[in-house]
Design a protein around this ligand. Structure first.
Ligand code: AMP
Length: 283
């Protein structure tokens, strides 16, 4: 497996594969890989001939006071893990090459990037859309895999790829959870044992809300309430948002008629965790 920070090297490699008629799958990550990320690599490997994993802690998607400096790093373990799954290359660009001094572009995807994390983390999705556009330009993948854990990010990337006619298939990967239900996240490392235990209530709350919908409840305000009530057992969790939205447009939904995404952000102490669940109406 090739590990390189060189844009030129990775772009030449990918173009040589394409010339041979091979398809390229990209998995963009910020590293500190866990089984959630690795499931994306497996999906990419099953659906393309050559998998490229990018590892880049993208500063433009972090807001002031967020955890950019302390974000976990484990590049050697990450490379070993993705190589074992059949990745052909890991792209680890340097921040100054990605964003040279005269870099002047920002990609803004309107609508879908508003609300939820877009409100809680102003500018976050501009950073995400910009780095993904750069990575797509360098790798020119046939497909790219994104996790449903970051549901709004997935919706933003889908909208952007459609609007800009990028001809990249965006593949959505299911959320991978710890045995107690907590969605895997690089940020789970920040949690103390007490916070870690309480954090599993997030998943319990999402499933409680879905259960309510399965009993026939259509009023989304009651689903949101079921989630919030479930978290009242916790002492160190505070809900930043719990919204019911359309999974593609991220527009708010008040009554279940089609699929609804219950998307939440919860502070466990100072660590911000996001999670979500898809709720399908009974047929
Ligand atoms: P990150 O390194 O946090 O930027 O995440 C890179 C990719 O991994 C994104 O597409 C995430 O949605 C995805 N991802 C992160 N955690 C999980 C998880 N628990 N299950 C599935 N995908 C995930």
């Amino acid at each position: 497996m090739i590990v390189t920070g060189s844009e030129r090297r990775i772009s030449e490699l990918c173009s040589s594969w394409r010339k041979e008629g091979l398809t390229v799958g990209l998995v963009p990550t910020m590293g500190a890989l866990h089984e959630g990320h690795l499931s994306l690599v497996e999906i990419a490997a099953a659906s393309s001939d050559r998998v490229v994993v990018s590892i880049f802690i993208n500063p433009t998607q972090f807001g002031p006071g967020e955890d950019l400096e302390m974000y976990p790093r484990s590049i050697d373990d990450d490379c070993r893990a993705v190589e074992a799954l059949g990745a052909f290359a890991v792209f680890t660009p340097d921040v100054n090459t990605v964003y040279p001094d005269d870099f002047s572009t920002e990609v803004h995807v309107a609508g879908v990037s508003q609300g939820l994390c877009g409100t809680a983390r102003p500018g976050h999705f501009d950073g995400v859309a910009t780095i993904c556009t750069i990575l797509f330009g360098i790798v020119k993948p046939d497909l790219a895999v994104f996790g449903m854990k970051d549901a709004q990010q997935l919706a933003v990337i889908r909208r952007m790829v459609t609007d800009l006619r990028l001809e990249i298939e965006i593949v959505a990967a299911p959320i991978v959870r710890e045995p107690d239900g907590l969605a895997m996240s690089s940020r789970n490392k920040y949690l103390s044992a007490e916070l870690r235990e309480e954090a599993s209530l997030i998943h319990g709350g999402l499933f409680a809300a879905r259960q309510l919908a399965l009993t026939g409840e259509k009023d989304c305000s009651l689903l949101r309430k079921a989630f919030i009530d479930h978290l009242r057992k916790a002492h160190m969790l505070s809900v930043q948002y719990a919204e019911t939205v359309d999974p593609y447009t991220m527009l708010k939904i008040d009554k279940i008629e089609n699929r609804v995404l219950l998307a939440v952000a919860v502070f466990a102490g100072t660590t911000r965790l996001i999670d979500n669940i898809l709720i399908e109406p009974e047929v």
